[in-house]
Ligand binder design. Structure first.
Ligand code: 6PG
Length: 479
């Protein structure tokens, strides 16, 4: 075989990845279960580079140089397993199977182990940037063996987005590390989007502004601390007018947010790891809440008069209000990233992946959905102090938060006062206040646990676990 790398599964992501590879000078073997897609790719884009099309999987495998590198770009779950099962008997020692879909890292760990047993490398790889990123330069997060990266690294680093001459791709760590960090990336993406949506809701309600005006506010924000892809496209979406009705696009879209599972996985994993990723959890639940149409209708009817007679949220000083929302959004966003990076550290510790958080921030600066100007600052924070206890306490971010606290309190307080749901803003503020608090009421929880179940507690003044005879003479004894 002569192809340097192959792609099987030519739906839009696979097709665009294959084109990106070809455009960068790699000879790309291409295959799809139904051959029309393979042929149309070559017919429409054959002039972009060198494609080697095959109709059968065995011809496809035969067209690859050794060690073979096969990218599988099919739906996560059973379809991925089906393709792997078909591939394995066709491959030889040292060949590499790359899964670029949004797979669950547990599946990736299982597949990696199984393929290792066959002398093959399995590389679960996070790819972010949507369709356009896949074609023009995504952020790429490969897991798997260091050995497999020797072959894949030079290819992936070439097709990835580049920021200041640095490719947005690096080896994340063994087995499921790549898919794990991609999962958390998506969790942060959920939180970021929910925060943006809440900010929009506040601006719209507080200012009584039209979406097009709010689009301009977001455009303004995109040249400051908040500069990011998601803020940029928020302005794009809010500024869009529906052609059919001439109404703001955002007003004709059904307000029920969908999800394909990566946000949910992030929260599930965080619960297992014991990492309080409150912003991501609230964002995921907010999507669920939006989808419960019947409950929403019933509650809207039952509580229609709750705020009757109350003054609506009117902000007298427009500029101050906008600045308050901006600062509160920025502080909440720092919390979301801080929590996500905490989860990455916890996952890395749990599975011995040795993930370099500064390095990860480096490859999230471009290509991916959560790319943002402040990822450079995150990189610096972890480079300066790899064991940073929380991103929030790095001097640059601590200042952003400190400067934003009064605004954050006003905005969350007013949202509560005027009945605007702001779960992500509010929980981020509560997280901040919880983390920095001298004494937490967790002490009372411990007391209650010991009272009803003799679960014991520790003391501030002595080592060891203790139990109080709550039903007896209230004496205390070491447990
Ligand atoms: C990316 C995105 C992408 C994901 C979408 C949709 O990094 O390019 O994260 O992988 O499919 O964000 O996710 P939901 O359908 O769950 O919103």
């Amino acid at each position: 075989g002569t192809a340097q790398i192959g792609v099987t599964g030519l739906a839009v992501m696979g097709r665009n990845l294959a084109r990106n590879l070809a455009r960068n000078g790699f000879t790309v073997a291409v295959h799809n279960r139904s051959a029309e897609r393979t042929h149309s790719l070559v017919a429409e884009h054959g002039d972009e580079g060198t494609f080697v099309p095959s109709e059968s999987l065995s011809d496809f495998v035969a067209s690859l140089e050794r060690p073979r590198a096969v990218i599988v770009m099919v739906k996560a779950g059973a379809p991925t397993d089906a393709v792997i099962d078909e591939l394995v008997p066709l491959l030889e020692d040292g060949d590499i199977v790359v899964d670029c879909g949004n797979a669950h890292y547990d599946d990736t760990r299982r597949r990696e182990e199984a393929l290792r047993g066959h002398g093959l490398h399995f590389v679960g790889t996070g790819v972010s940037g949507g369709e356009e990123g896949a074609l023009l330069g995504p952020s790429i997060m490969p897991g798997g063996s260091a050995e497999s990266y020797q072959k894949l690294g030079p290819i992936f680093e070439k097709i990835a987005a580049q920021v200041d001459g640095t490719p947005c791709c690096r080896h994340i760590g063994p087995d499921g590390a790549g898919h794990f960090v991609k999962m958390v990336h998506n969790g942060i993406e959920y939180a970021d989007m929910q925060l943006i949506a809440e900010a929009y809701d506040m601006l719209r309600t507080g200012l009584g502004a039209e979406p097009a005006e709010i689009a301009e506010i977001f455009t303004g924000w995109n040249s400051g601390d908040l500069e990011s892809f998601l803020i940029e496209i928020t302005a794009d979406v809010l500024g869009h007018t529906d052609a059919a009705t001439k109404r703001p696009f955002v007003d004709i879209v059904l307000d029920q947010a969908e999800q394909k599972g990566t946000g949910r996985w992030t929260v599930q994993s965080a619960l297992d790891l014991g990492v309080p990723i409150t912003g991501i959890a609230e964002a995921t639940f907010a999507r669920s809440l939006s989808g419960h149409a019947d409950q929403r209708a019933a509650a809207a009817r039952a509580f229609a008069d709750v705020d009757a007679g109350a003054a609506p949220w009117a902000t007298d000083d427009r500029e101050t209000f906008i600045e308050d929302v901006r600062r509160a959004l920025y502080a909440s966003k720092i919390v979301a990233y801080a929590q996500g990076f905490d989860q990455i550290q916890a996952g890395s510790d749990e599975y011995d992946w040795n993930v370099d958080r500064g390095g990860l921030a480096t490859i999230w600066r471009g290509g991916c959905i959560i790319r943002a100007r402040f990822l450079d600052r995150i990189r610096e924070a972890y480079d300066e102090r790899p064991d940073l206890p929380s991103l929030m306490v790095a001097p640059y971010f601590a200042k952003g938060i400190t400067d934003g606290v009064p605004s954050w309190r006003r905005v969350v307080g007013d949202a509560a006062r005027y009945g605007i749901p702001a779960p992500a803003f509010a929980s981020s503020l509560a997280y901040f206040d919880g983390l920095r608090r001298d004494r937490l009421p967790a002490a009372l929880i411990q007391g209650l646990r010991d009272n009803f179940g003799a679960h014991t507690y520790r003391r501030v003044d002595r080592d060891g676990a203790f139990h109080t005879q709550w039903a007896g003479d209230r004496s205390e004894s070491p447990a």
